[in-house]
Design a protein around this ligand. Structure first.
Ligand SMILES: [Zn+2]
Length: 271
């Protein structure tokens, strides 16, 4: 069963988290309800894809209003398909929101325990990972395309939380809408790295469909990595939505052959 429900035409929320944590904002944007045109029709939230800057800022601002997380309190990263995770605080609010240049550099994961800091990362097929632990007020967000995934950004976020004193038994993770195995074919080069990161895992999140061609389930791979890092199955929720199949809801880098917009995942506590 799908874990996401609509906030508006522009945003989805995690139903279970919405009930459990009334002061938490945890939202995934769709491609609808914005002002961008052409390849970016219409709610493009990525500043780095050659869309009009003022349109992107307007889109972000509208999204922020709808999810009750004002854009001035967002923190964005300059995402590079790596696995570096950065701790941010209230003083970082606004970074990367209006200009790409002052985003947190070379970073694909963010976490904070401050109120009114909304971690915001861009996606178009890659896996958005969100984390929450209510007692410590820990929230985290990670961008896990295949490269970040095989560098185990999921497991590194658990380690970051642990090092920050967070009770890992109380941590919850959401694996958001991203490209599904239905639409994601990769070659042996990728699969070798998947096997490396899975260490002794017997279960494989891929299937060979022809010589050297594999269907890869990136969401399942991230789930296995979260389990490997110490989370239990009941601490992990996963969306079944495929960004490529759901062409009325999402941008998809693969489906749209690279010329497309970006969705945003946003998480933070309202103060
Ligand atoms: Zn699909």
């Amino acid at each position: 069963m799908e874990i996401m429900t609509s906030i508006s035409s522009s945003a989805l929320k995690v139903e279970e988290w919405d009930k459990a944590f009334p002061s938490l904002v945890a939202a995934f944007s769709t491609k609808n309800g914005g002002c961008s045109s052409g390849d970016f029709l219409s709610l493009n939230t990525g500043l780095h894809v050659k869309d009009r800057e003022e349109d992107v800022v307007y889109n972000r601002s509208c999204l922020g209003n709808q999810i009750h997380a004002p854009l001035s309190k967002w923190v964005l990263a300059d995402q590079v398909h790596g696995s570096k995770i950065q701790h941010v605080s209230a003083g970082d609010c606004g970074r990367g929101t209006l200009k790409y240049e002052n985003a947190i550099p070379d970073t694909d994961g963010l976490w904070t325990t401050d109120l009114n800091v909304f971690l915001s990362l861009c996606y178009a097929d890659c896996v958005p990972l969100l984390f929450v632990e209510p007692t410590s007020r820990f929230v985290g967000a990670a961008h896990a395309g295949w490269k970040g995934t095989v560098q185990n950004i999921a497991g590194k976020m658990i380690l970051e939380a642990q090092n920050a004193g967070v009770d890992i038994d109380q941590l919850q993770a959401v694996i958001g809408p991203s490209i599904g195995p239905c639409c994601y074919i990769v070659d042996e080069y990728v699969i070798n790295q998947v096997n490396n990161v899975l260490a002794n895992e017997k279960q494989k999140p891929y299937q060979e469909i022809s010589d050297g061609q594999f269907r890869l389930d990136l969401k399942q791979l991230n789930k296995l990595l979260l389990l490997q890092a110490g989370l239990k199955g009941q601490q992990i929720l996963s969306s079944i939505l495929c960004t490529s199949c759901e062409d009325q809801l999402f941008f998809s880098h693969r489906r749209d052959r690279g010329k497309t917009g970006r969705m945003m995942a946003v998480i933070g506590w309202k103060g």
